[in-house]
Design a protein around this ligand. Structure first.
Ligand code: DGL
Length: 267
């Protein structure tokens, strides 16, 4: 038994896809969430910058005495080496392996699409992981640099139009390749899953990388007897590096519950 909190981080709203799943699976677990909203997007940065940002994110969560860290960010998960992950002083779960395993088991025709940020696609991490599970699987990866800034924007008809236009452009490659499974390789993308499905149709299974990662972390914690045995439902703590009010407003819709409060912090 371990009553310490689970740490979760992302550059912004995307990490909430992991938090939402964790809340469903383990409502009595304390959660400390960090959204580095001041520096979003991460996905257009170079590898060294992403590593530097990740170091700040880890340091913040470790200073909150968390027992496990979920990297609810495809960009960070795909740009850190196994040695860099092993150097974090608490166990971590990133999104690549859970999403790749879920996609490999969901696909019937062996063609898996991956949409993710430019930095995540450039790393080749999803593709490498999928072929390490089954070398016969074909992976088609598409970088989608326009999506995160649009998802983080104030909602408007103009943003809606731009999102649909960008998605039609990005998903064309996935359609043409005949993928029957699509990894939403950036944790922001499940927030627009309905739009993606309406373009691809019901025949394509979407894999929510944030939710898969929450499930994998919950399993690891249970297997290592590190769950909190409190019977009381816990209130998650949310920290952001800019504009807490805006985060609170947009997150309610995605989380399906009103946040207690988002606290402004520097990291
Ligand atoms: N949600 C993150 C990811 O999964 C970060 C996106 C970004 O900041 O560009 O890649």
């Amino acid at each position: 038994m371990d009553s310490r909190a689970i740490g979760v981080f992302d550059s912004g709203l995307g990490g909430l896809t992991s938090v939402r799943e964790l809340r469903k699976l383990l409502p009595n677990e304390r959660i400390v969430f960090l959204g580095d909203t001041l520096r979003v997007p991460y996905g257009s940065r170079d590898r060294q910058t992403i590593r530097d940002f990740a170091e700040d994110d880890f340091r913040f969560l470790v200073s909150r005495d968390v027992k496990h860290i979920i990297i609810a960010c495809g960009t960070v998960s795909s740009n850190l080496s196994a040695e860099e992950l092993a150097a974090v002083p608490v166990p971590v779960t990133g999104v690549i392996t859970p999403a790749a395993i879920a996609a490999a088991s969901a696909s019937s025709n062996g063609i898996i699409g991956v949409i993710a940020t430019s930095a995540a696609v450039r790393s080749g991490a999803y593709q490498d992981r999928i072929s390490s599970i089954d070398p016969s699987l074909i992976t088609v990866s598409v970088p989608c640099p326009k999506l995160v800034p649009l998802i983080e924007s104030e909602p408007s008809a103009e943003v809606d139009r731009a999102l649909d236009e960008a998605l039609r452009e990005y998903l064309l490659t996935v359609k043409e390749a005949g993928a029957d499974t699509l990894i939403l390789g950036c944790t922001h993308y499940p927030l627009i899953a309905d739009r993606i499905s309406s373009i691809l149709g019901d025949g394509v299974t979407l894999v929510d990388s944030g939710a898969e990662t929450a499930r994998a972390a919950a399993k690891t914690l249970a297997e290592s007897d590190m769950l909190n045995d409190s019977k009381l439902s816990a209130v998650p703590e949310f920290y952001v590096t800019s504009d807490p009010q805006r985060f609170e407003n947009s997150s309610e819709h995605f989380l399906g519950e009103r946040l207690a409060k988002a606290v402004l912090t520097s990291i």
